[in-house]
Design a protein around this ligand. Sequence first.
Ligand code: MN
Ligand code: MN
Length: 467
Amino acid sequence: MAKGLLNKNNNNKLSELGKAETKTMNAYCEDYKSFLDRAKTEREFAHEAQKYLEENGFKPLDAADKLKPGDRVYTINRGKGVLAAVIGREDITEGVSIVGAHIDSPRLDLKPNPLYEDGHFAYFKTHYYGGIKKYQWTTVPLSLHGVATLEDGTQIKISIGEKDGDPTFMVTDLLPHLAKDQMQKKLSEAIPGESLNIILGNAEFSGDIKDDETKEKVKYNILNLLHDKYDIREEDFISSEIEAVPAYKAKDLGFDRSMVAAYGHDDRVCAFGAMRAVAALKRPAYTAVCLLVDKEEIGSVGNTGMRSRYFENTMAKIVDKRVEDYSDLKLRETISNSVCLSADVCAAFDPGFPDTVEKNNIPVINGGIGVMKYSGSGGKSGASDANAELMAKLRKIFNDADVKWQIAELGKVDGGGGGTIAGFVANLDIEVVDVGVPLLSMHSPYETAGKLDIYMAYKAYKAFFER
Ligand code: MN
Ligand code: MN
């Protein structure tokens, strides 16, 4: 009788990991949790990644002359993206190995003119960023992160609400006693976007209001406090990027500590794995590229998103430093011979919502990293459907390296859908497939991932880089 006829993937278990590797997994997850607490926005992630890369021997790309196998270089894209590379032994025009993840997450952004007073409260008006269920973002402790850039270019970093002793911030909600009408509304309409206003204070300014005529003393008090703490004025908000994010710390989830609950697993869980994997390499055959981009949650737009020419321009610099006679053809060959894992999270099976998925093609928590051949919605619309040839190569890489993996599809046919950076990578004439960590409660203020899957992201990306 023939053996090995059955596909054993989508059947992995946490208990199958040996003792030594379980220890490695747990240590990796501790590092991940503390990194998450320090990197709650794309700017903070890029900053922390730069520190990590420098500690691990990476040098600024622009400072490098000619590149040789084993060289480690990085660039930062406008403080919000990262490209880190370890130069391979092969001719670079044979292509590079890319693991691309995004480091932006859904949140509440401050509007350009955010500060106002109403009913003796001071508030920030917000414009939510990414696909959120708005009702989830009320009565959640929020912290504020970002930068204010002054007219002379001075940049002031803002991070408040994370440390013990810091104040917290919040969007209020209506008490159930008076919510008779609200409770009849659809979930999508019960909390309108314009009601996501962050409460800042209630105390009046007690001194003399000298320079401005205003009756809004609570707002004026907040402006004074902001001026004392950050040396900023109301007009400076116009050149600021301040994000309100959940103030929760990343924590083990459950008595058995088999999962991690955190804000922003999507997609820092894959970005962290990609960063750790590229740094673990010595002299790979193919040049390894860890690409961390911004703006995925709003369509990969802008010059820090995947649709920007940043990737091609940076590759041009790398190719120029790696080959004898640079030409556009050599750059084009390098790009079109490249292979990419679009490292992004996928939806895991949630027993609370079994009817939204199809059980043979949904990944489970702690079943290994999810390989998603296609995403899209309503008949694969908008999907980058990975080629069977690439899927075959990937199976071999993962099986040979003992990576626990499972197949993933984004829910039921006609059930909804979504996309990743994969489609934009594919547009560059690159072989690409989505490979990422399955999550529960994706895009909520507190998402859940399994420890086996968090660790397998690293192991999978490293095995791919070492192809
Ligand atoms: Mn994502
Ligand atoms: Mn997302």
